[in-house]
Structures are given as structure tokens and as C-alpha cells.
Design a binder for this molecule. Structure first.
Ligand code: HEM
Length: 139
């Protein structure tokens, strides 16, 4: 019994240390990315959508997979986010995942030096339904 414990303990400690390293490693895998949502009509102005955005966004290890959240409420919902990857010619729709009252969208950004053109679909009480053009300025 004492023989197996002697042998097993170092292995157990090693496994514990390894899992701590792995947990710490996975937690630091994403980096935070600050941003501001600006108006498509005038990108020098902050958009209404900025007030609903959760700051900062996060970028995965690959350096291009962004996850960005918007708060949701019983009054309004964010029903969709489309991002243009070609400067505004075409838009790719992304499906949100809701967690803890925040709807998260994950999409790739290949160039953080320019604003991402996007469209956000909002519904308030089912009365105000609108798709607005916005731009995400990476800070
Ligand atoms: C809480 C209730 C809300 C009301 C009553 C409201 C009302 C309005 C009105 C009247 C306009 C100007 C007219 C138009 O462009 O259609 C507008 C614009 C806009 N709204 Fe809302 N809205 C609400 C919530 C939201 C939410 C939750 C979002 C997004 C997260 C949003 C995003 C926008 C955007 C992007 C614009 C275009 C102008 C800009 O970029 O600032 N709104 N909204």
C-alpha cells in the first residue's frame, strides 16, 4: 500500500500541476480587444448600438476570431449581426449565442486597422424592428 502511494503521489502531483498550467493557459488563450461602434453614415460619431455592446471583445489565439457581445433585455433583442469581409459589398450573417443576458457573436476579422462594416437587426417589443448599418472601430 505504502509502495503504491509513494509511486502514485509524485504522478498525482505532476498531473495536478499540469492541469493548473493547462487551466491558466486556456484562460489566457483569448486576448481582449477594445472597440467602439460608430455610425455608418458618419464614422466619427458613436452609434446607438455602442451603448448595448459589451466591452471589450475577445480575440482567440488565432488572432482573427472575434467574440463580441450585446446586452439583451425583456424590452429589446438583437436578432442578428452580419459582418462584411469585403469592405461592404457582401455581408455574412452570424448566429448569436445567448449566455447570462448577453448575446455573443463570433466572426473573423482579418484586418483590425480598418473599421468592420456590419448590419445589426434590432427588435424592441416587436414594435420597432430595424436593421441598421454600423461600423466596428477597433481601438
Ligand atoms: C430601446 C429601444 C430603442 C428605441 C426606441 C430605438 C429607436 C431608434 C430610432 C428612433 C432610431 C433613428 C431612426 C432610424 O435610424 O431608424 C434608431 C437608430 C438606431 N438604433 Fe435604435 N432604438 C432602440 C434600441 C436599439 C438597440 C438595442 C440597438 C442595437 C444594439 C439600436 C441600434 C440602432 C442603430 C445602430 C441606429 C442607427 C443610428 C446609429 O448608428 O446610431 N437601437 N433607434
Amino acid at each position: 500500500m505504502s509502495f503504491t502511494l509513494k509511486k502514485g503521489l509524485p504522478a498525482l502531483i505532476l498531473a495536478l500541476m499540469l492541469s493548473v498550467v493547462m487551466i491558466v493557459g486556456s484562460a489566457s488563450a483569448a486576448t481582449s480587444q477594445d472597440f467602439r461602434i460608430v455610425k455608418a453614415s458618419d464614422p466619427t460619431q458613436t452609434s446607438t448600438a455602442d451603448g448595448y455592446a459589451v466591452k471589450p471583445a475577445s480575440v482567440a489565439n488565432d488572432g482573427e476570431t472575434v467574440t463580441l457581445g450585446f446586452t439583451t433585455s425583456s424590452l429589446y433583442s438583437i436578432n442578428g449581426l452580419s459582418i462584411s469581409h469585403d469592405g461592404g459589398a457582401t455581408y455574412t450573417p452570424y448566429t448569436g449565442t445567448t449566455s447570462g443576458g448577453v448575446v455573443y457573436y463570433t466572426f473573423p476579422i482579418y484586418d483590425f486597422s480598418e473599421n468592420a462594416k456590419a448590419k445589426i437587426t434590432v427588435s424592441v417589443f416587436g414594435l420597432y424592428n430595424a436593421t441598421h448599418e454600423i461600423q466596428i472601430e477597433w481601438l
